[in-house]
Design a protein around this ligand. Structure first.
Ligand SMILES: C[S@@+](CC[C@H](N)C(=O)[O-])C[C@H]1O[C@@H](n2cnc3c(N)ncnc32)[C@H](O)[C@@H]1O
Length: 317
C-alpha cells in the first residue's frame, strides 16, 4: 500500500512530533527527542498478540524490554502503561510479570497499579467469564511526583475539619488527619480507578484495531504533568495521545512503527485539532491544507518548500 509517510520520517504537528519507526530503535528515539527529555510517558503497547497489527509483534518481552530501555525520561519522569487482559487455553495470561520485574532491574520502581473502568460490559458470550469492563495501568517512577489535584470535590465536602480522619490504624482505630487544610481545598487527587468510557472509535480512529479513548491519556496527562511539558508515547497507534496532549496544552513526542498508521494518525490529528503536519527539516506538508485550497492560492512545489513556506503552527480549519 502506498503511504505518504516513509520509515524514518519525523512529522512536526504544531508543538507535537510523530516519528515513523520502532521505539526499540535508539536512532529513531534520538531523532524524535532531539536532545529533549520527557516528563511523562503514557502508552498502550500491544496486548501480547491480541490484535493483528500490520507487522506481527514477535517476542513481546523483547519488544517491551528494548522499547522501555530507551525511555527518554527526565529523572523525575513518571511512566504509565496500559495493558489489557488476555486469556489463552482457558487461563488468564499474566504476560506482563516478567517485564514488570525487568523494569525494576532497570531502576524503575513499580510505584502504583490502577484500574481503567471502561464502563458497562458489552453484551455477548465471554466464554464463561463475566463481561470485561476494565484494564490495567502500571505506574513506574524513580522518584515520587505528587499528582495534580484535578478532580473537583463535592461542594458539601469542602468544610472546616471537625473530626477524626477517615484512614484507620492497624488496630482499627481512626487516625489523625495530617493535613487539615486539605479539607478546604476545592479539588482533590484523582481516584486510582479511572472512569473513562470506552470509545466507539468514531471517524478516522476506526482505521486502527486498538484505539483507547482520548479521555484516558487526558486523565493521566493532567494528573502527572504540567502545561508545556513533554509527553512520550512509544506506541502511538492512531495518535490518541497526541490529541490528548493538544487538548491539555502539553507537547507529545510519539513513535509509531507502521507508515499506514502514521498516515491515519496524522489525518485524524489534523481533522480533530486543526493543526497541520509538516516534515521536519524539509517542511513538506503531509497533505495540502484545506485552507490553502479554499483560498485558491497557488501551490508550492514540494521541492521548492523552504522554511518560509511552512504553515503556521495553529491553523484552525
Ligand atoms: C495498542 S496500539 C496503540 C493505540 C494507541 N493507544 C491509540 O489509541 O491510538 C499499539 C501500537 O503499537 C505499534 N507498534 C508495535 N510495535 C512497535 C514498535 N516497535 N515501535 C513503535 N510502535 C509499535 C502498533 O503498530 C500499534 O499501532
Amino acid at each position: 500500500m502506498m503511504t505518504i509517510t516513509r520509515p524514518g520520517d519525523l512529522w512536526v504537528i504544531g508543538p507535537h512530533r510523530l516519528i515513523c519507526g520502532s521505539s526499540a530503535d535508539p536512532v529513531i528515539v534520538a531523532n524524535l527527542m532531539g536532545g529533549e527529555r520527557a516528563d511523562l510517558c503514557i502508552s498502550s503497547p500491544p496486548y501480547l498478540h491480541q490484535r493483528n497489527y500490520l507487522t506481527p509483534i514477535g517476542d513481546w518481552n523483547l519488544l517491551m524490554q528494548r522499547s522501555f530501555a530507551l525511555l527518554p525520561m527526565c529523572h523525575e519522569g513518571q511512566v504509565l502503561v496500559n495493558l489489557g487482559n488476555v486469556h489463552r487455553n482457558g487461563e488468564v495470561q499474566t504476560y506482563w510479570l516478567d517485564w514488570l520485574e525487568w523494569m525494576r532491574t532497570q531502576g524503575w520502581r513499580f510505584f502504583g497499579q490502577y484500574v481503567w473502568d471502561k464502563g458497562a460490559g458489552l453484551p455477548g458470550d465471554w466464554n464463561g467469564r463475566l463481561a470485561p469492563s476494565y484494564e490495567h495501568l502500571f505506574h513506574f517512577n524513580r522518584t515520587t511526583r505528587k499528582p495534580n489535584k484535578t478532580k473537583a470535590k463535592r461542594p458539601g465536602s469542602i468544610a472546616y475539619y471537625t473530626g477524626k480522619g477517615m484512614l484507620r490504624n492497624p488496630d482499627g482505630s481512626k487516625g489523625k488527619v495530617s493535613n487539615k487544610a486539605a479539607f478546604l481545598a476545592t479539588h482533590k487527587v484523582p481516584d486510582d480507578v479511572i472512569r473513562v468510557r470506552r470509545d466507539t472509535a468514531p471517524g478516522l480512529a476506526r482505521n486502527h484495531p486498538a484505539v483507547f479513548p482520548v479521555g484516558l491519556p487526558m486523565e493521566i496527562i493532567t494528573a502527572y504533568s504540567d502545561p508545556g511539558q513533554i509527553i512520550y508515547e512509544p506506541f502511538a497507534g492512531a495518535g490518541t495521545t497526541i490529541i490528548a496532549a493538544q487538548r491539555t496544552g502539553r507537547r507529545c513526542y510519539a513513535v509509531e512503527l507502521q507508515p499506514e498508521y502514521c498516515d491515519n494518525a496524522i489525518r485524524r490529528i489534523q481533522q480533530v485539532t486543526g493543526l497541520v503536519a509538516v516534515l521536519d527539516q524539509s517542511f513538506e506538508w503531509f497533505e495540502v491544507p484545506n485552507w490553502l485550497e479554499l483560498m485558491n492560492l497557488p501551490l508550492v512545489e514540494r521541492e521548492e518548500c523552504t522554511n518560509d513556506n511552512a504553515p503556521p503552527d495553529h491553523v484552525v480549519i
